[in-house]
Design a protein around this ligand. Structure first.
Ligand SMILES: [Mn+2]
Length: 483
């Protein structure tokens, strides 16, 4: 009778009233078991359809009968201090659970006993749990109303244009895709369009892998559409004088006082994809794997893996999309594949790498994609005895340079700035940096032999920096690969 069911997780909830039932309820896939002392409470919980046992919670025999195992998830909702401490003590001393969650009232938080401050006990304020759930509901109510308004704006329209920025990024593309889904449209009745084009390789990889089409259009094409929707962008972004747009959904600070039929601008959000995820959720729209993958990638790239300007809403959207997304595709977008055309360039470059001091220089002549350069720079740093890798490539009449080091010497960003900022843009962090130099900014001789120019300039500043540098002390300031 006390045998565990299946091999799934088991949630064990110790309680002295019915409240936890509303928190935890019945979990569709996992086993939930309530434990209480009062047999009348037990009956009430069983009537609600959950499993419940009663017994003395300070008594180890209760837990031994249940064959508590380390991974059981144990939540304690006991308001009487004595009963609570007794139960915790029994659990800690007579079972091998990894940890226990103790739910407490915020105002009692300070009153901690030896057993509630045990390292295996984590206290969570009930108010906190209620609040996040509560805010969620308020948000959902508003989002559902917004979805109703949006649908009414579009329902009698034949063609809708989803317009994004000049060089659309994953957040914009995912938002547009989500908008189309929300409106129940397809790529003909609601195409995604830009006045520019998608250029970044990882963004192109996203379009290819997820089979998303972004049309390149001109201003005059806007006339063909009954409704124009701006996603992840506002009218002032465009050099073109836009006709009035109908809908703006964005997370950048509001720059236009544009009057339109519907506007939802949330500058505190990390991604527009998060706003759209909330709409889809509130509108009870089924999210396909493709859409979940796009939105997750949109949030991930705009928030730099949730490190930059991500708020709770972004985290919530992220975690709700996570199980639905195709992570293999996301990995492929993040590290785009090497184009076959560039293989011969690579083999030529590796045939004659140049190593001076502990710096390796590799130059790739004509590339079809610029992101090969940082990729090869990472690789070169693995070469035996190498402290610095400086890899350059010519792409679109520009020299792209990536520098990498082990962080033990001078900052890559500083050296690259010193060497190349007078020719183009240069900068970066301690262990990785980038420069972009238009070929036209070099004199004829250097432009004809960029490899030699780069090596000479870099070595100049590198040697100068070594001379001025105090003896290296590991772990101080310059230590660690960081970035
Ligand atoms: Mn964005």
């Amino acid at each position: 009778m006390d045998e565990r069911r299946g091999d799934g997780l088991r949630y064990i909830i110790l309680c002295d009233d019915e409240l936890p039932y509303y928190f935890v309820g019945q979990h569709p896939s996992q086993e939930v078991l309530f434990l209480c002392e009062d047999s009348r409470l037990q009956k009430r919980l069983i009537r609600r359809g959950v499993k419940c046992r009663s017994g003395k919670l300070g008594d180890r025999s209760v837990y031994q009968r249940l064959k508590i195992c380390p991974t059981d998830r144990i939540g304690v909702f006991l308001s009487a201090e004595k009963a609570r401490d007794g139960a915790l003590k029994a659990l800690l001393e007579h079972t091998d659970v990894i940890a226990i969650t103790l739910f407490i009232k915020e105002r009692t938080r300070k009153k901690r006993s030896a057993v509630t401050s045990h390292p295996r006990v984590r206290s969570v304020a009930m108010e906190e749990v209620v609040r996040t759930g509560f805010i969620n509901e308020l948000e959902k109510t508003v989002s559902a109303a917004q979805v109703r308004t949006l649908r009414s704006i579009f329902h009698d329209q034949e063609r809708v244009l989803l317009l994004v920025q000049y060089d659309p990024d994953p957040d914009a593309v995912a938002s547009a895709l989500a908008m189309r889904t929300l409106l129940g449209r397809n790529r003909l009745s609601a195409p995604i369009a830009t006045f520019g084009r998608v250029t970044r390789p990882e963004n192109l990889a996203m379009l290819k892998l997820l089979d998303i089409q972004v049309n390149e259009i001109g201003l005059e094409a806007l006339e063909e559409y009954g409704r124009i929707v701006l996603l992840d962008v506002q009218p002032s972004h465009f050099r073109e004088e836009l006709p009035p747009v109908h809908v703006i959904i964005d997370h950048h600070p509001e720059t236009d006082n544009a009057v339109c039929m519907f506007k939802d601008i949330r500058p505190h959000y990390g991604a527009t994809s998060t706003i759209l995820q909330e709409y889809l959720h509130a509108g009870d729209v089924k999210i396909t794997q493709k859409l979940a993958t796009a939105l997750l990638y949109g949030i991930k790239t705009d928030t730099l893996l949730l490190e930059r300007e991500a708020i709770e809403s972004d985290l919530r959207a992220y975690s709700s999309l996570y199980p639905m997304a195709n992570h293999r595709q996301i990995r492929r977008m993040e590290r785009p594949q090497l184009p076959k055309e560039d293989l011969s360039v690579l083999s030529k470059a590796f045939h004659e790498p140049s190593i001076v001091d502990d710096v390796i220089y590799v130059h790739l002549d004509d590339l079809t994609r610029e992101d090969i350069v940082p990729y090869i720079a990472d690789f070169c740093l693995e070469v035996e005895g190498i402290e610095w890798a400086v890899v350059s490539g010519v792409y679109d009449r520009k020299i792209v340079v990536s520098a990498r080091n082990y962080g033990t010497t001078r900052s890559a960003g500083e050296l690259m700035r010193a060497a190349f900022s007078s020719y183009g843009s240069a900068g970066g962090h301690r262990s990785m940096a980038k420069a972009v130099i238009p070929l036209d900014s070099l004199d004829e001789e250097d432009a004809g032999n960029p490899q030699e120019f780069l090596r000479r300039r870099f070595l100049e500043v590198y040697r100068a920096a070594l001379k001025n540098m105090p003896p290296h002390r590991p772990g101080v300031k310059n230590g660690g690969r960081g970035d």
